[in-house]
Design a binder for this molecule. Sequence first.
Ligand SMILES: [Zn+2]
Length: 324
Amino acid sequence: MAGLKNILKSLKKDKFPFKFVYSDSYWMVDFKDHVFPVNKYRLVYENLLKKGAVKDNFIEPAIPDEMDILRAHLSKYIKKIKTGQLSSSELTALELPFYRKAIDFFFLTAGGTIQASEAALKDGICVHIGGGFHHAFADHGEGFCIINDVAVALEKMKAEKKIQRAMVIDCDVHQGNGTASILKNKDYAFTFSIHQMDIYPAEKAVSSLDAGLWSGDGDEKYIDILRQHIPRIYEEFDPDLIYYLAGADPYKKDKLGDLDLTLRGLEKRDQIVIENARRRDCPLVILFAGGYTVDINDVVSIHLNTIMTARKIYKRYSRRKILA
Ligand SMILES: [Zn+2]
């Protein structure tokens, strides 16, 4: 009995029952006055330390081998990136300052999502304080995304036979067009995207399942769709790894989207995606993706809320498991 008490006590003391992938290099990349707030990574990290995360909770990402990148991207494209030979129209599509440090940032992020996948397969869940660059295609980049970290990591897990089937739950306000395109016709990958129709990308790709909403649709419609689809697609596809892109940009104060979700709605969204994965004992990788409010603290709070929701759910289950 004393042993059990000690285990429960240490569980209580262990503030986060999972790991985070994070690097200071994520926010040191300088996108100048760009709308993408890289500082959110640092702010989330600092908040986690305040909430009791310790050094052991963090994994430092490493740049992956080029071979890993080439499972999701064409070598012609990667060569062009590395040698700085993108055409002016390709640079325009990126909508991002293109320079050495920015390229390193995307490669490192892909490494981070690979490491988050490995940690999730080991621990049941891992949060990447970064990632979710879902507008990168096999042969080109778009919308602030150069390398598709999710496709790179998923393909590596599959190639190394660490998984049989993986699912991408993309809840960023923008459609996950690059991910859908790269993973199209791959029977081991299921892509779900819930997004706003009347914003970028103008031309939508075809995911395994798309749920398109319109400007101003709000919490109720959004949550109804998730309730209708999430448990069902988890059950039918039966993935052994789930990537959850918990974008902050469906929020009502976002500059790039108008879905009008409240903080409560976003929390409900997180609960549905995370709890259903936990209930199935399916490893989960959480990624940040987008978020563009005037006050960066709004985006930071949304990402932190996702983490705290995951913490609550995973702590509850670990406690239950010990008591069972
Ligand atoms: Zn977005």
